[in-house]
Structure formats: structure tokens, C-alpha cells
Design a protein around this ligand. Structure first.
Ligand code: GLC
Length: 639
């Protein structure tokens, strides 16, 4: 496979499955470690080259138990601000303030949803972190304000290298207060990175981590709430590609070499960034994105997979990468959509975006001197498809946010390999070109050019095509018809999915009416299902002290009736809506009446009237009721 060298995360976790029994081995040592699963037949060898280590044996028996236990040990993602799970647009680089503003206006004019625009290294004054170039970005505060009014946030890149420059205050202060990495003999370590010769903060010392954290007031005072940490392996432009291994980190009075601590550098940088931002944002949730990390990085930052290429192979590889990251605690991860290096194409960008809108982290990013990769770069047909799929991410926002909340509580991933849910099915053991969102939505991206069919494996149960409603019995492969505008998506019968309105950004003032789609509803038999919808303001830490709501929707079959009810077990947050909509997708019975509600036309319901209707084309039963704190219950009588 072409150009697959670079990997940036180091999570020394091995998950072993023997039959259906899983266990984990976590080697806690941030120096170089080797996991060799090939050379010794039945045995694995695990070794590390420096220092001491803690070795954790993580008990199963289920794969889920291993992931839950591993994340109980190393931490779970924090609930991100809602805007951070929207669509993000980036490029190396948007070169000036005018271009950035124009980009924001274009998203809004074209009605393509977007929450974040990134500033890559050219926003800085000769790549000095904590500065803006005075010519290219003469008024960052004004630019940020104007974008905020459009509902778009700016996330600037911050690398660890601090330019060696006697006139640069951050460098002066770092030297004066002794914050930079040194060799044992006392010499400063200098490395070549984007700004030229640079010094590197020693984040292993709490004093320096705090100093770095405090520097972020430069950004937060301008209205910035998210930071993109890059080059924090640390990457250095030299032969070893990193810091000299004999740098002596202070490590809070217990000095250790860089060789011993290398993999911690990126984690500690993002930790310091997260903590600084959190303190300065005054109870608003910060967003940090990082390239490098070690076990536990999920507590501080989302992770992107680094410099991939605009190749179909790299699109395909993003699936196993992000799925593996999810099993390693990194629930908030994703690749550069469209590919970073080399030129993308309309088709590749479309297919990659279709997949990418269902990944936890969703950013389109591309490198200097590659073709433009914004959603409108390839003509109207491509733009229309991209608009639809980016919009889909926003309609699925209640579902996504719910899954993020669950991940923050359980440590389980937002998207997962099928083996997590179906460990007993040998067909899914190595299946890595399709994945589950939550535990009941199956996504099967097309990742080859010029392809409008693909094989999809459906595990046991009945699966309904998200687009057509058509049902398929699982436990077998089906051939999905997937022309360029179609991403194959299947929902398992017996599940409920929550969708919201199309928004242009996460904090769009649109009415927050939620539509619960119930799949495979039956009025007889033992059909029973439930959904818990978690909601909060999406920005603050109010939820930690109870300012959230939990809506419980339950449905069951009962003597020829289909009974549905909802209640709020907890309601200290009130969403902006007065109605709830419940759609039984292609129910397996013909509804004759809904007790207590009048029959309407689908058009009347579109206009917000309360009642029920059957959509003649799809056969869906649509019910619209008042959203009341005390909840409610209705019975659908079958004909
Ligand atoms: C690194 C990053 C990439 C970024 C570039 C310039 O290659 O991985 O995302 O655009 O540096 O900052």
C-alpha cells in the first residue's frame, strides 16, 4: 500500500481474543516498546527498551469489558462542546483574514453546514506561536467576531516549537524562567521546525505546563475556544525526526531522559492546553485536537490520524485505524477527509465525506499546493451530494451527541467494528470495511473508484435500508446498490434513532424538534424497544451539576396494539421545542387509529399540527405530540 509510514499515536495496548473470550495487556511505559505478534508462532512478545514499566492484565470476558476496564484505568473522553462534533473545514493554509471570512460567507451562502474553520501555520507571524501575522491577519478579533455571528468558530494550530528569537516575548520568557528542554550538561535543546531553530517547552514539569497553559489567554481573549496541537510527537526536521534522546526532562524533580518519556510529550502538551483553555473559558468546554498522544490522551483531546494521502487506499485504511483507536479509548477520532497530501478528486471527496460524516471527528483538510478541497471545489453535482451528506451529520446530531455522552460515561467507542457487538459471528472477526455507529446502525462506505455496488455483511437480525426502508434478513452478505449519491446505511429492526432538524451549525437557533424513528415496529409478538435521549446546552459544564435532560421513549406491542410512551426521568435542561415527532418506519401492521389523537394529512403535520398520519408512499406512521415535562402515552390500534 502506498505511503503508509507515519503513525503518531502510541497506545501500548494489546487486545487478545481467544474464541469469544477477550483480555487486554496494557504496557504502561512511554519509551519505545515493541509488540511482536508474528515471529514466535503461538506466542506474542512484548518488550520495552527503557525504564521500568507497569503491566496491566485486563480481564474480559467480553471485548466490551476490556474496553470499559481499560478506559476506567486510563480515562474516558469528556463530553465535547456540541460545535466540536459538527463539520470542520481546514486547509494548509487559509492565507489571510479576507480568505477566511470569504470561506465562512461561502458556507452560509451555499447553505452547507459548518461549525469550524482552522487556521494552519500561516496565520502566525513567521510561525511564532501565540502571534498573528500583522499583515495577513490585521484584525483577528474582528474576524473571529464576524465568523461567530455566522455561527463559525476559529481553531488555530499551535505547535510546541518556540522560535529562537531574542525579540520574541514567549521565547524571552521561556528562557528567563527556564521552561525549555535541556541536555543533562545544561545546554538547551534546539530543533528545526516550521519557525526555523526552536526551543521546546518541558511539559513534564508542572511549572512549565502551567506556563504554557497560561499563554493560551492570547487566544481565549480573542474569542477562541478550540486549539489544534500539531508536531507534538515532537516532530523535528532532523534525521531521527524527533528530539534528541538524551534530553533530560525535569519531570517534577525526578529527571528522566527523552528516550524514557518520548511518548508522553504530545499527551502532556495537550493536557496543558486543555487545562489552560478550560480555566480561561470560564466554565465553557474547550476543544483540543492533537496529532500525537499516549494512553489517556482521550481525556484531553480529540485525535486526527495525521498526514494521510488523497488515495483510495488511504480512505479505506481510515476505517480500521479509527475503529482501532476507538477500542483503545480514543472515541473522538477521524482522518483528514478527502486526504491531506496529493490531489483529491470529486469522486474520492464524495465517497470520503459520505464515510467521514459518520466518523466521530469530521474535518476536511488538505495540504499546500494540492487542489482545493472545499465542498464546492468540484462543480454543482458534487457540491449537492456533499451538502446533503454534511447536512445528514447535522440531522443526526442528537444521535451523535447521545453517543458521545455514552462514550464519556462507558468508555465504549462512538463507532465500532462489528466484532464488538457480534463476537460470536466468525464473519466479522476481521471485517474492517464497514462499521457500526453505536450498536445498531451499520455503515458500509464505498471505497473504490467507479463502483456502484458493494458487498455488505449484515449480522444476525433484520436490517432496514435507511434510505428505502427495505428490510434484509441478516447473517449473510447482500449486494448494496450504491451510485455516487448513496452511502449504504442500515438500521437494525427493533431500534430507535433520534434525528433533529437540519442546521447550519450546532448552535443554530432552529427549533430542536426531535424525530424518533422506530424501526421494525410490530403490534403483536414481543416487540419492545426503548431510547434514552441525553440533552444539555452543549457548551457549558452545567451538566456536571444536573443541568441536563434525559428523555426516555419506550415502545411495546400489547394485544394487537402498539403502545408508545415517553417520560423525562431527569429534566433540568429544556430544549427549544414544543413538539416531539415519532415515526414508525414501515410498521409491520396497518394503523387504524391512535388513541387520543386525531388523524391528519402528512402536510398538516409538516406544518406542526398535533395528531397522526400515514405517509402513503413510504407506509410510515407519523405521530406528532406535545413535548410536556410530564410525558405521555399513546396506543396505536392496528386495523
Ligand atoms: C503537519 C500536520 C498538517 C498540517 C501541516 C502544517 O504536516 O500534520 O495537518 O497542515 O503540518 O502545519
Amino acid at each position: 500500500m502506498p505511503e503508509i509510514e507515519a503513525l503518531y499515536e502510541s497506545i501500548p495496548l494489546l487486545i487478545h481474543m481467544h474464541g469469544c473470550v477477550s483480555c487486554g495487556l496494557f504496557l504502561d511505559n512511554p519509551g519505545r516498546s515493541d509488540f511482536d505478534m508474528r515471529s514466535h508462532g503461538v506466542a506474542f512478545t512484548v518488550s520495552c527498551t527503557t525504564g521500568s514499566y507497569d503491566l496491566y492484565f485486563i480481564n474480559g470476558p467480553e471485548l466490551k469489558d476490556v474496553v470499559k476496564r481499560y478506559t476506567a484505568l486510563t480515562g474516558r473522553i469528556k463530553l465535547p462542546p456540541k460545535w466540536a462534533i459538527g463539520y470542520h473545514q481546514s486547509r494548509y493554509s487559509y492565507m489571510n483574514q479576507q480568505e477566511v471570512l470569504e470561506l465562512g460567507r461561502t458556507f452560509r451562502a451555499k447553505q452547507i453546514p459548518c461549525d469550524v474553520i482552522y487556521l494552519d501555520i500561516h496565520y502566525m507571524d513567521e510561525y511564532r506561536v501565540f502571534t498573528f501575522d500583522p499583515v495577513r491577519f490585521p484584525d483577528p478579533a474582528g474576524m473571529i467576531r464576524e465568523l461567530r455571528e455566522m455561527g463559525i468558530r476559529i481553531v488555530p494550530i499551535v505547535d510546541p516549537g518556540v522560535k529562537k528569537d531574542a525579540k520574541y516575548p514567549v521565547y524571552q520568557e521561556g528562557i528567563r524562567e527556564d521552561h525549555f528542554c535541556r541536555k543533562l550538561e545544561g545546554d538547551l535543546f534546539f530543533g528545526e521546525v516550521w519557525p526555523g531553530t526552536s526551543a521546546f517547552p518541558d511539559f513534564t514539569d508542572d511549572r512549565t505546563a502551567k506556563w504554557w497553559a497560561d499563554q493560551h489567554a492570547f487566544y481565549t481573549e480573542l474569542g477562541i475556544e478550540g486549539i489544534w496541537n500539531d508536531m507534538n510527537e515532537p516532530a523535528v526536521f532532523n534525521e531521527s525526526k524527533t528530539m534528541d534522546l538524551d534530553v533530560m526532562h525535569r519531570n517534577n524533580g525526578k529527571p528522566l531522559t527523552h528516550e524514557e518519556l518520548h511518548n508522553l510529550y504530545g499527551l502532556l502538551m495537550s493536557k496543558s492546553t486543555f487545562e489552560g483553555m478550560k480555566e480561561q473559558l470560564d466554565r465553557r468546554r474547550p476543544f483540543v485536537l492533537t496529532r500525537a498522544g499516549y494512553a489517556g490522551i482521550q481525556r484531553y483531546a480529540a485525535v486526527w490520524t495525521g498526514d494521510n494521502r488523497s488515495f483510495w487506499e488511504h480512505m479505506a485504511m481510515a476505517m480500521p485505524m479509527v475503529l482501532n483507536m476507538g477500542l483503545s479509548g480514543l472515541a473522538f477520532a477521524g482522518p483528514d477527509i478527502g486526504g491531506f497530501a496529493h490531489h483529491t478528486s470529486a469522486e474520492l471527496l464524495i465517497r470520503w465525506t459520505q464515510m467521514g460524516v459518520f466518523f466521530p471527528y469530521c474535518r476536511n483538510h488538505s495540504a499546500l499546493e494540492t487542489v482545493r478541497q472545499e465542498p464546492w471545489s468540484f462543480g454543482e453535482e458534487a457540491e449537492a451530494i456533499l451538502r446533503e451528506y454534511i447536512g445528514l451529520r447535522y440531522r443526526w446530531m442528537p444521535q451523535m451527541y447521545n453517543l458521545f455522552h455514552e462514550a464519556s460515561v462507558t468508555g465504549l467507542p462512538v463507532i465500532s467494528p462489528l466484532i464488538l457487538e457480534y463476537p460470536h459471528d466468525p464473519n466479522v472477526t476481521n471485517l474492517c470495511d464497514q462499521f457500526l455507529l453505536g450498536d445498531n446502525v451499520l455503515i458500509a462506505p464505498v471505497y473504490r473508484p467507479d463502483t456502484d455496488h458493494r458487498a455488505v455483511y449484515l449480522p444476525e437480525g433484520t436490517w432496514l435500508d435507511y434510505w428505502t426502508g427495505e428490510g434484509h434478513e441478516g447473517g449473510r452478505y447482500i449486494l448494496a446498490h450504491s451510485p455516487l449519491s448513496v452511502l449504504p446505511v442500515y438500521v437494525k429492526a427493533g431500534s430507535i434513532i433520534a434525528e433533529g432538524p437540519l442546521k447550519q451549525h450546532a448552535e443554530d437557533e432552529a427549533d430542536d424538534t426531535v424525530t424518533f424513528h422506530v424501526y421494525g415496529a410490530e403490534a403483536d409478538g414481543d416487540f419492545q424497544t426503548a431510547y434514552r435521549l441525553y440533552e444539555d446546552d452543549g457548551v457549558s459544564y452545567g451538566y456536571e451539576v444536573g443541568a441536563y435532560s434525559e428523555l426516555l421513549l419506550e415502545t411495546r406491542a400489547e394485544q394487537g396494539k402498539f403502545v408508545l410512551s415517553y417520560a423525562y426521568p431527569h429534566r433540568q435542561y429544556e430544549a427549544r421545542r414544543s413538539r416531539l415527532r415519532i415515526v414508525l418506519r414501515r410498521p409491520k401492521f396497518r394503523p387504524a387509529e391512535v388513541e387520543g389523537l386525531g388523524q391528519l394529512t402528512p402536510e398538516q403535520m409538516e406544518q406542526g399540527a398535533l395528531g397522526w398520519a400515514v405517509d402513503d408512499r413510504s407506509g410510515d406512521l407519523i405521530i406528532q405530540v406535545e413535548d410536556r415535562p410530564e410525558g405521555g402515552q399513546w396506543a396505536v390500534i392496528s386495523a
